[in-house]
Every structure is written in structure tokens, then in C-alpha cells.
Design a protein around this ligand. Structure first.
Ligand SMILES: *Cc1c(COP(=O)(O)O)cnc(C)c1O
Length: 394
């Protein structure tokens, strides 16, 4: 090599997009602790603690609760590949990017996929899912609770009950939900759930928490054919996470430290308090945006507090605003995907990113940039409206 590249010098950003979100300094510090062996007694203790903390945030007693090595998509693929057997009917609810990905994965797993679709930004009604259950008679239903591409908050409880009544297993995507809004795995009797470390858990990308009900584990153990992935086969992974401690793959030790600290932070704050913080910052952002004429793209009443999908105002250059937010203020927000491309901004207030200071700085920066773009509003209105919201008790 002619010249050695300069050492890394990562800029400090404010991550207000669809993930990754800001990382708490305590999580970064945990990652920098010495790497130990993946069978070191100290590490095994960290794994045990991680499992019990995951059970708390998922609100489950499921024994099979652990973290898959990989990002949220690895957790997603693990749940689909393990739960779906080739030839089985699978019903996938699609109202955005991640529902589509579930359908793709279920097809690759050999499932006979039926797609139930809704326009982007909308949520599914229990009645239409019940009708599809009766028609398709699926063995597995897959659905996204917090659709990050549209900001839609899908109510789960009734649909989970209907799936169970119809004799189907429910796979639930909680990648963006977990740590931001209530997720009740045991109460709703969800069979297979996955999440990701880098959204509302406020940890770098790299681990995917999962949990499987006993019913789902029985189904997996009774498979006629091996899972079509060696790396993601939970029956093999269980021998490492369980008391046998059989080597499967080298665990990402320092990522486990990071998730351990991130979960400690969530539980130290308290789950309910954590949800309330996400909600409060969402309401302040929302009030601020409304004051300068920015609306939500999501079905009314189903807006996620942690992922605000809002319409780019008429006449405003989507790309220019996002570029200047990053260059001048160090703030990242997300672009629209698919049918929302160029039309929607996705403002994430996830985990450690969900802070009053971030809401206020973003609104002030948006006011400056939108004024430059010729968008008209009463100067100072966004920040004032957010402050008004913060003044009122919730
Ligand atoms: C981000 C996300 C995923 C995928 O997670 P990666 O960490 O990007 O692999 C899956 N589902 C939803 C709803 C997501 O928001």
C-alpha cells in the first residue's frame, strides 16, 4: 500500500433517522472492555444476565430467549427459517418494506406465501386478517408491529388471538417496537418474535434479540426437514445459550457487552418510563411540526412515537434539506422508501436519541432550512409549540 489510510475519525452525529440511533456513552464504554473467550465463566454470566433482561423487555417467560449474531434482518430470517417448514401455508401482512421482506424470506424458506396487503401508512384491522385466516388456513402468520418505512403502529393483541384460534403460529417483527412502545409477548401469546439492537434499544447494530414460545419450540423440534440455514438454526444455537454450552460459532463478545449495558439502561429507567419518554418527545415534535405546516403520512391514531413519517412540504427540496441538516447541524433524518420516496421524511426518536434537546435542535434547524427554501410559517413557531408541549404535564 502506497500510503496508509489515516486513523478513523468518526464524526459525532445526532442520529434521528430510522436506525441506527444514538448510542449512550455507557454502551460505547461497555464495548471497549477487554474481549474474553466465548466460554469464559465471566462471559457465560453476561449471557445469562442478557437472557433474563431480554425476557423482561419482551415481557415473557420464554426459555428460548436469546440474541442472534447479526442485525435485525438476521433475527427476522432466523424466525422465518425455523418456524416455517417447506410447503406450509404462510400468511404475510404487508403494509411497507419490512412486511415485503417477511414475504420474501417466507418464500425462500419454502413456504406457500399468501400476501395480505394494505396501502403504505395504514394498519390492518382484525376483521380482514380473520377473513384471510379462514380463507388461507395458514400454519404461520407474519406481521410487523412497528413498520419503520411508514411509521405505522400495528395493534397486535386481537390479531394474535385470532391467529392462535385459527391454529397458526404468529411471527412478530418488533425491531423498531422493542423499547419504544409496549411489547407483550406472553400476554398476547406471540410464538416467535425478533428485534434488533440498534433501534429503540440504543445499541450499535449487530445483535438481534429473539424469543420463541414453547409451542414454537415444539414445532421446530418436530420439523421433518432440517432448518435450511446452519448458522441460524435455533436448535443448534440453543445448545450454546442453554446449559450445555456447546460451541456453535464464536459469539460477538463485545457486542454482547454493548447490548447488556443497553438493556441495563432501559431497565434502570423502567420500561413504562421509557415508553412515556418516547411518547412525550413525539408529542413535542409533532406539535412543533404541526406549527410549521408539516403533517404525518401515517394513518391517524396509529403514528409511532419513535418513528415519525411526515410529509415533505410542497415546494421543499427533500434531498437539499436532509443534506444541509447533516452538513450544518450534524443531524441525520431518514428519507422515504418505496412509494414514500421523495415525499416523506422519517424522523426517528428512538432510544437514547429520544431526548428533549434533540427535538428542540431539530425543530430549530428545520425552521432555518425551510425558511431558506421559501416555505412560509411564523418564525419560531415550531420551537414555541414544542416548548408549550413540554410545559404541560402528561
Ligand atoms: C430495521 C428493521 C429491520 C431490519 O433490521 P436490520 O438491523 O436493518 O437488519 C427489520 N424490521 C424492521 C421493522 C426494521 O425497522
Amino acid at each position: 500500500m502506497a500510503t496508509l489510510p489515516a486513523p478513523l475519525n468518526a464524526p459525532v452525529r445526532t442520529l434521528l433517522g430510522p436506525g441506527p440511533s444514538d448510542i449512550h456513552p455507557r454502551v460505547l464504554a461497555a464495548m471497549a472492555q477487554p474481549t474474553v473467550g466465548h466460554l469464559d465463566p465471566e462471559y457465560l454470566r453476561v449471557m445469562d444476565e442478557l437472557q433474563s433482561m431480554l425476557r423482561e423487555v419482551f415481557r415473557t417467560k420464554n426459555r428460548m430467549t436469546m440474541a442472534i449474531s447479526g442485525t435485525g434482518s438476521a433475527g427476522q430470517e432466523a424466525m422465518v427459517l425455523n418456524v416455517v417448514e417447506p410447503g406450509e401455508a404462510v400468511l404475510v401482512c404487508i403494509n411497507g418494506v419490512f412486511g415485503n421482506r417477511l414475504a420474501d424470506m417466507a418464500g425462500r424458506a419454502g413456504g406457500q406465501v399468501t400476501k395480505l396487503e394494505r396501502p403504505w401508512g395504514e394498519v390492518f384491522e382484525p376483521a380482514e386478517v380473520k377473513e384471510a385466516l379462514a380463507r388461507v388456513k395458514p400454519k404461520v402468520v407474519a406481521m410487523v408491529m412497528a413498520e419503520t418505512s411508514t411509521g405505522a403502529w400495528q395493534p397486535v393483541e386481537e390479531i394474535a388471538a385470532a391467529a392462535r384460534e385459527a391454529g397458526a403460529m404468529l411471527i412478530l417483527d418488533t425491531v423498531t417496537a422493542l423499547g419504544g412502545i409496549p411489547v407483550e409477548i406472553d400476554k398476547w401469546q406471540v410464538d416467535a418474535v425478533y428485534s434488533g439492537s440498534q433501534k429503540c434499544l440504543g445499541c450499535p447494530p449487530g445483535l438481534a434479540p429473539i424469543s420463541l414460545s414453547d409451542r414454537a419450540v415444539e414445532k421446530i423440534l418436530a420439523r421433518r426437514e432440517k432448518v435450511r440455514s446452519w448458522y441460524l438454526d435455533v436448535s443448534l444455537l440453543a445448545s450454546y445459550w442453554g446449559s450445555d454450552r456447546v460451541y456453535h460459532h464464536t459469539a460477538p463478545i463485545n457486542m454482547t457487552y454493548a447490548l447488556h449495558e443497553a438493556l441495563r439502561l432501559v431497565l434502570e429507567e423502567g420500561l413504562e418510563e421509557c415508553f412515556a419518554r418516547h411518547r412525550r418527545n413525539h408529542l413535542a415534535l409533532r406539535a412543533g411540526l404541526a406549527a410549521i405546516g408539516i403533517d404525518y403520512a401515517t394513518q391517524a391514531g396509529h403514528e409511532l412515537p419513535q418513528l415519525n413519517a411526515v410529509r415533505v412540504p410542497e415546494g421543499v427540496d427533500d434531498v437539499a434539506v436532509r443534506k444541509k441538516l447533516l452538513e450544518r447541524f450534524g443531524i441525520e433524518i431518514g428519507a422515504g422508501l418505496g412509494v414514500f420516496k421523495g415525499k416523506v421524511w422519517r424522523i426517528g426518536l428512538m432510544g437514547y436519541s429520544s431526548r428533549e434537546s434533540n427535538v428542540l435542535v431539530l425543530l430549530a434547524a428545520l425552521e432555518q432550512l425551510l425558511a431558506e427554501q421559501g416555505h412560509t410559517f411564523s418564525p419560531g413557531a415550531a420551537v414555541a409549540a414544542a416548548n408549550e408541549m413540554y410545559r404541560s404535564p402528561i
